[in-house]
Design a protein around this ligand. Structure first.
Ligand code: SAH
Length: 285
């Protein structure tokens, strides 16, 4: 049996690096999060408040996989995880293998992974997987830009399977090396070995031509605007999920129709690290 301890509000440690999802919190804590504030100051206040409202969970269970399962159940109970398929893959890929030692892996919060980067919060991973799941069918191709810890690339690889292709690109070589080690310890290890999962050092703003076009593209860092190369590398009928903006961003869901036209919508407000140059990211690190 697992027990859950919840506490609110909690200030988060490195606010500039935190991700948040209004929808997740508004479903559970709507009185804290009005859905609409007009004006820029209010937008800033909303963002700060969201960051402060990070939900902390502590699972009193034995065994890492039990705790991972409890995290998945928690996300299901709160309506973030809606499909059995996404819940199944998040259960299979143990988050603890992707969070650096010394950090609590099962808190619903982003965690530092070094180099001014974070592994996204579980509810953001769940949300992005739910948004992309129809484009992560067995045999399909997926690109994870800003793959960081490698967690989502591993999930993508499990979903597209050995006949598909999951590519992660990350511009910090040390993070790519660490992510490969993380994947090797996970249930996705055979896919890495066989080559249907690969992780590369590259500037994500230019995508990864070698395996393009992709059915699904996820961008794990915020771009000021959608990079053209990524739009070009999206297959007709494909979907991209990308945070767009500066300090506070919109998580955009971008669909490329079969005729090549683009339709996009905003899913929710978020806060991601920027999609930028390596030197810019490593300033003050
Ligand atoms: N989805 C990842 C998120 C990591 S944070 C996870 O949950 O682990 C965003 C990542 O984007 C960071 O690792 C950062 O180094 C990377 N990043 C930022 N700008 C980039 C760029 N231009 N090219 C590739 N990766 C980039």
């Amino acid at each position: 049996m697992s027990t859950l301890r919840l506490s609110l509000p909690l200030s988060a440690p490195r606010t500039s690096l935190l991700h948040s999802s209004r929808r997740f919190f508004s479903s559970r804590f709507s009185r804290f999060l009005p859905s609409c504030y007009p004006g820029e100051i209010e937008k800033l206040q909303r963002g700060c408040r969201r960051v402060q409202l990070f939900l902390k969970m502590e699972f009193c269970t034995s065994g890492s996989m039990d705790k991972n399962k409890a995290l998945v159940e928690y996300l299901q109970q709160h309506g973030v995880l809606r499909s059995d398929r996404v819940a199944g893959v998040m259960e299979t890929i143990d988050r603890a293998l992707f969070v650096p030692r010394g950090n609590p892996p099962y808190l619903d919060s982003p965690m530092p992974i070094g180099y001014n980067a974070t592994i996204s919060a579980p509810h953001m991973h769940a949300l992005c997987l739910e948004l992309l799941k129809d484009h992560l069918q067995p045999g399909m191709g997926a690109l994870d830009v800003g793959s960081g810890s490698g967690y989502l690339t591993a999930c993508f690889a499990m979903m597209v399977g050995p006949e598909g292709q999951a590519v992660g690109i990350e511009h910090i070589p040390e993070l790519v090396s660490a992510s490969i080690e993380n994947v090797k310890r996970s249930a996705a290890a055979p896919l890495l070995e066989k080559g249907s999962l690969s992780l590369h050092v590259a500037d994500g703003r230019y995508g990864w031509h070698e395996a393009a076009p992709y059915d699904a593209i996820h961008v794990g860092a915020a771009a000021p605007e959608i990079p053209k190369a990524l739009l070009d590398q999206l297959k007709p009928g494909g979907r991209m999920v990308i945070p767009v903006g500066h300090l506070f961003q919109d998580l955009q869901v971008v669909d490329k129709k079969l005729d090549g036209s683009i339709v996009s919508r905003n899913e929710t407000g978020v806060r991601y690290v920027p999609l930028t140059s390596r030197s810019n990211q490593l300033q003050n690190y």
